[in-house]
Design a protein around this ligand. Structure first.
Ligand SMILES: [Ca+2]
Length: 523
């Protein structure tokens, strides 16, 4: 049990104004009512919302483009070998955020967070939907419901990947599979054409592309026309390693990004031809970093850092590059403000509109992320805080082996351990630390952007360490982190271990009751 400002942390007993307490207040009763009780509402989302068909003037359309498993490895972010002319042009007309993050480097976790505006530990989607992880409550406020209630048409093309899907009442749904085989790539733009041109009412459309998820397909649907080979590139810098295979992996990852770029080009052409481009707020993000060494499923920059580009006709832009730390948790407040919809109270994110309009001079000094698990293969909870220069990772099971290390390395990088063993000492140390993390990892992102040197034991950084530890604890208390209770850390571990069969997790055997005890009253 940890302490929050002099009091023992007690889930549900803490009566603050945070959104989580709204969820919990219902959740405490909901424990008696059963999971996902359909009775009752969460008042925050109802207040002040227009009736369907509401007619606030000049409400923009909102187009949210989400790519799969890629960090900011694009031309406009300075990546030298990849070809991404469409996204580079979008950035040159709009705004590019240089330091953008997701709250957790996993697909369902990231997507649920951006749609609800809540951290995974607040909304319950802490692992993959395909492994039974889910929102605590199906009536959790979300951007789809809010915009729909305000009269927006709502559409999604590509996968949602959040449980339960019915929590997100999209009017239009197409290509609901993940489509990792990259079938019918032209269908994305065709379906968007149908939806965008179906009505003059404003729309919210989320288009979710399969690239650059594994497998890294060199070509699909004839794209890219001239694929790169390993001889054309250098490995991603955060590997700290260089082999022909890693160069080939990097080349094929870039080929995925080029294909993605072409598809986004087709989508933007559809929007332009509809005549609605000028009144559409466009946001492009990745759902988390690449499925590479020290990438996806980690709290390193390769996992949590994403590309983030915004464009809204000529309202901002001219290729502005913003240094502020932003999160995909900022999207829901941004979209609601753009649509003239009152904000949902208690959300941790902030609208980007006042910032970009030049009306907001102060911005967050600290940004927070987390990790729980992906599937049942890799439970290793972490909490992270970044400031302008430093980053602190707190590992909540220090001394235990992180199963995520072997999961990634054996699955996709067979034999890489020998390469790591022959690498320079800081690189070897980084991989060893990933495998068996200490309680704290402190990195100087200014001088060590790829996180090879842990400064947590360096006395010259003791003040920074203490400051970030304090900020992290303050945030965990403010957001009512259920893993402040070490019993919850251990109980979820037990549930995960109980599904093991013949040395591997079995989805069929997995029973998850964390939505109950993460919110349970303790007294
Ligand atoms: Ca993903």
């Amino acid at each position: 049990m940890e302490f929050c400002e002099g009091k023992i942390f007690l889930p549900c007993a803490v009566k603050s104004v945070t959104f989580t307490s709204i969820v919990r207040a219902a959740g405490c009763c909901w424990a008696a009512l059963g999971l996902f009780a359909t009775t009752g509402t969460i008042p925050a989302v109802e207040k002040g919302v227009e009736s369907p068909g509401g007619s606030a003037p000049n409400r923009p359309n909102i187009l949210l483009v989400v790519s799969e498993d890629n960090g900011p490895e694009l031309g406009c972010y300075g990546e030298p070998f990849v070809q991404t002319p469409v996204l580079d042009a979008l950035a040159s007309k709009g705004v590019l955020f240089q330091r953008a993050y997701v709250p957790q480097a996993g697909c369902s976790q990231s997507r649920a967070a951006l749609l609800t505006g809540l951290y995974p530990h607040q909304n319950g989607q802490i692992g993959l939907a395909t492994w039974k992880f889910r929102l605590y409550r199906k009536d959790t406020p979300n951007v789809v419901r809010s915009l729909k209630q305000a009269g927006y048409r709502t559409g999604i093309i590509g996968k949602l990947h959040v449980n339960p899907a019915l929590a997100f009442p999209f009017d239009f749904k197409e290509i609901e599979s993940a489509n990792f085989s990259r079938n019918k790539l032209r269908k994305y733009a065709r379906e968007a054409d149908k939806f965008i041109n179906a009505s003059e009412r404003p729309f919210f459309l989320s288009v979710n592309y399969p690239d650059a998820h594994r497998p890294f397909l060199k070509t699909a649907g004839g794209l890219p026309g001239k694929p790169l080979t390993g001889a054309d590139v250098k490995p991603l810098a955060y590997f700290g390693l260089d082999t022909p295979q890693l160069r080939q992996d990097t080349a094929d990852y870039y080929n995925c990004l080029s294909r993605l770029d072409s598809q986004i080009g087709e989508l933007l052409t559809v929007l332009q031809k509809s005549g609605k481009l000028e009144n559409t707020l466009i946001v492009y993000i990745g759902d988390h970093g690449a499925d590479m060494l020290r990438g996806k499923r980690t709290s390193y920059e390769g996992g949590i850092r994403i590309p983030f580009i915004m464009s809204w006709a000529d309202r901002w832009g001219g290729g502005a590059r913003r240094p502020e730390m932003v999160s995909t948790l900022d999207l829901m407040p941004t979209f609601l403000e753009a649509a003239g919809v009152p904000p949902v109270e208690g959300l941790p994110g902030r609208s980007l509109i006042p910032l970009l309009d030049g009306k907001k001079k102060d911005w967050r000094r600290y940004l927070f992320t987390e990790f729980h698990l992906h599937s049942a293969h890799n439970y290793y909870p972490q909490r992270t805080v970044c400031d302008e220069r430093f980053k602190l990772i707190r590992n909540l099971m220090p001394g235990k082996v992180n199963p995520g290390y072997a999961f990634t390395n054996k699955r996709f990088f067979e034999g890489v351990d020998k390469i790591i063993a022959a690498a320079e000492k800081p690189v070897r140390g980084a991989y060893r630390r990933m495998q068996a993390p200490p309680a704290f990892e402190l990195y100087d992102l200014k001088n060590d952007p790829y996180e090879f040197q842990n400064l947590a034991s360096d006395p010259t950084h003791a003040t920074t360490l203490a400051r970030l530890q304090g900020q992290l604890q303050k945030w965990r208390c403010a957001t009512e982190d259920p893993l402040l209770d070490q019993d919850n850390v251990a109980r979820l571990k037990s549930e995960i271990e109980a599904c093991m069969k013949d040395g591997s997790p079995s989805k069929a055997r997995l029973t998850l009751t964390y939505p109950d005890y993460f919110l349970r009253v303790r007294n």
